[in-house]
Design a protein. Sequence first.
Length: 399
Amino acid sequence: MELLSTTIKNNVLQSMIKLLQNNQHALLEANKKDVDAFNSEDQAMYDRLIINEKKIKGMVTAVEEVLQQEDPVNQIISSNTLNSGLKVVNKTAPFGTIMIIYESRPDVTVEATVLAFKANNKILLKGGKEALHSNKAIVALWHKALEAHNLSTDYIQLLQMNRQETQEFLKNPTESLDLIVPRGGEQLIKFVKEHANCAVLVSGRGNNFLYVDTEADWKKTIEVILNAKTDKISACNALDKILINENISDYKGKLQILNDILKQNKVKVLVDENTKKVLSEAPLVEDNAVWYQEFLEMKCCIGTVASITEAIIAINEYSGGHSATIMTNDDTKAKTFMEQVDCAVVYQNASTRFTDGGQIGVGAELAISTDKLHHRGPLGLKELVTNKYYVYGDGHVRV
């Protein structure tokens, strides 16, 4: 797509802000059609589907934040004049065409689009059928914003395809694709990787861990666990697994307290064999595959470890590479944990729920990447560009 000036792009965003504010009722009505037609028992998906006034306000805020951010395109990364006289400048450049595949969340239709557009990318939106009316209403507003500034609606396209059609499109796209971002569960990611013929940036599963060290503040630990587990079960940054060091003071008593508090908050607790010696009534994790699972429900596993090393090994084996927390007042142990745990975001004494672009200072995000190329963690505006070298000579030839 043609490179647009920052002014033009920001004018489109300003128009979109007004359109979102002035069309709240239409968005709520469109979403009601989706909610009324929803017939799945997936509570997490249902929660993500709903649009309300708070959600619309969040959409507006996301566009406003991107509006205020610096244009990420044509920024100089490096500039050097070589001994040969060649001047070499490395600048940021758009990817081109980005396709995002996601389920349920209509707010992604706003956030993904505003980021892609300001980074001068074309975006193809493949939302789930459960959010079709909501997504169509939001994309219609985007098209109005583009047309108000004499721009093609091709910048933002909503794809309405079934699974078979999507598979064929990934294999043989009718237009050039430069990057695909599958934002969903393991099955979706596997499906895209299997069929895509371009770069795929994985927005991975959660399955986040929290390790309770011997030097943990117990009151803070309970508060962090409750927030991470119960604040929003449908989020990829929710907590699923808790590992407790068996050498913690009053190990048995604290295990019982934690179990009671989780049960009081309607969280189903599963345990490993060592933990079951204390929490004898809790169901045992009999299938090791459970430790790999992202729950997205009011359920968690509690395991017992003998050391921080054992905790690190377990997290690196089972987690989704998304987020992990250590609860400890020992900064040396925290440093070891944070350096050796292989996750996109690691924490000391904080909830995994902060793994969110807006919460850690990135702003609106396209996804949380668990890939190591080309970026890991929240994909904000600055991460939706690649680079290009500009080399200036004066009749130079290589000898």
